[in-house]
Design a protein around this ligand. Structure first.
Ligand SMILES: NC(=O)c1ccc[n+]([C@@H]2O[C@H](COP(=O)([O-])OP(=O)(O)OC[C@H]3O[C@@H](n4cnc5c(N)ncnc54)[C@H](OP(=O)(O)O)[C@@H]3O)[C@@H](O)[C@H]2O)c1
Length: 366
């Protein structure tokens, strides 16, 4: 991974001889003047620069670069978090490739979820204190992302981290947990005794969704493609599993639940999304997590799109579910920040069980 340099110090470019942060990139120089507050914060122990992973250009995993960036200073209502773990998901691949335009300027540090420790709160009356262990769901992304040693976030994006698991594991929780919870409670409104089909059930969202659906009193049917995935799901207590490689798999769902299931959480897209509609009962409902939203006007079926956004209260509820032993978090692999490209290749292959997490602490130790 190529590393670019950023310097902090007195600069002739800075207003009235003040401090500036200067980023030199392949001959192009970027300079940001440091405000007086910035300078005071740094004098009070805030580091000047940090290592991050981001993109200057859209493209493949090789576009991910190690960057030295200024450490942002929190304003009132914001919190600066020293990142421990940053979760990686297929959505990051969308941002990296330019497929998903988040309307953020380049260079852009990727990563929409983090775990870590509060390094500084922007005001005295903040609900968070230095040293608090937190998790953050960072969409809409306000500044730079979580693949970094520090991340700045509005306070309402954060929640206390669960204490029952480590901080690296906790980085697997925000996007998947928020999405699974939003879909099952608000969008699908799952009731006790209902049947729910979860596709891509072994992925990050699916892993938590099958557990939350059971917690809501529903019976879960899951799709899986590989024997290792079936084993993984059985380990999560899922007994009804159909193979999505069988083109007739919705018929297998009907064999288990004559007349079809009440609801579908669809996270796979493509032909699986199209076929999943056939697994529903008349009047059933489907939440479509991918861009492949099947149209189904017959049989009174509703197909509902999903857009998960930051919500500290929901995130806190999910964190508590982990502490109450209601949710098991699964991380397939932890990689150092500098191996973000490898992490992207893994999620792009679409066979991850649980989540891939980047360890920002590994960067500090390097
Ligand atoms: N709209 C939103 O707000 C929102 C928020 C979060 C996530 N999402 C979306 O949710 C989706 C799921 O993401 P994720 O990270 O949880 O999971 P993921 O990593 O995309 O899913 C991995 C799992 O999917 C299974 N799979 C692969 N191809 C499949 C197919 N054709 N049919 C059925 N299953 C298949 C694999 O099982 P095998 O290994 O057994 O093949 C694998 O274990 C993504 O598309 C993501 O962008 C949307």
């Amino acid at each position: 991974m190529r590393r670019r340099a950023l310097a902090a110090g007195p600069s002739p470019g800075a207003a009235r001889g003040g401090l500036a942060l200067a980023w030199v990139d392949d001959g192009k120089e970027r300079v940001r003047a440091m405000s007086e507050t910035d300078a005071m914060e740094r004098a009070a122990g805030l580091p000047e620069t940090m290592t991050a992973v981001g993109i200057e250009h859209y493209g493949g995993p090789d576009r991910l670069e190690l960057m030295e960036m200024p450490v942002p200073v929190p304003a009132p209502g914001e919190v600066l978090v020293r990142v421990h773990g940053a979760g990686v998901g297929i959505w990051d691949v969308g941002v990296r490739s330019g497929h998903w335009d988040m309307e953020r300027p380049l260079p852009l540090v990727l990563g929409l979820e983090a775990s870590g420790v509060v390094f500084r709160a922007g005001s005295e009356d903040s609900a968070f204190r230095e040293g608090d262990a937190v998790i953050a769901y960072l969409y809409p992304l306000p500044y730079q992302g979580a693949y970094a040693e520090y991340v700045l976030a509005p306070e309402r994006y954060l929640a206390p981290a669960p204490t029952r698991i480590g901080l690296i594991e906790a980085a697997a929780l925000p996007v998947a947990g928020m999405t699974a919870h939003l879909v099952l409670t608000d969008i699908l409104d799952i009731q006790p005794g209902e049947t729910v089909l979860v596709t891509a059930a072994t992925g990050g969202v699916g892993t938590l969704a099958v557990q939350m659906a059971r917690e809501l009193g529903a019976t879960v049917v899951a799709t899986a493609g590989r024997e290792s995935s079936r084993e993984y799901l059985r380990g999560l207590g899922v007994e009804e599993i159909v193979d999505y490689h069988d083109e007739d798999w919705p018929a297998r769902v009907w064999e288990l639940h004559p007349g079809g299931v009440d609801a579908v959480l669809e996270g796979a897209g493509g032909t699986t999304a199209e076929r999943a509609v056939a697994a529903l009962r008349d009047g059933g409902r489907m939440a479509a997590l991918t861009e492949d939203v099947p149209s189904e006007s017959s049989r009174d079926i509703r197909v509902l799109p999903v857009a998960t956004e930051a919500d500290g209260e929901r995130l806190a509820r999910i964190s508590r579910m982990v502490d109450e032993g209601k949710l098991e978090v699964r991380v397939q692999e932890v990689l150092p920040l500098r191996e973000a490209a490898r992490a992207h290749e893994l999620v792009e292959a679409r066979h991850v069980h649980g989540k891939i997490v980047l360890d920002a602490g590994a960067e500090r130790a390097a």
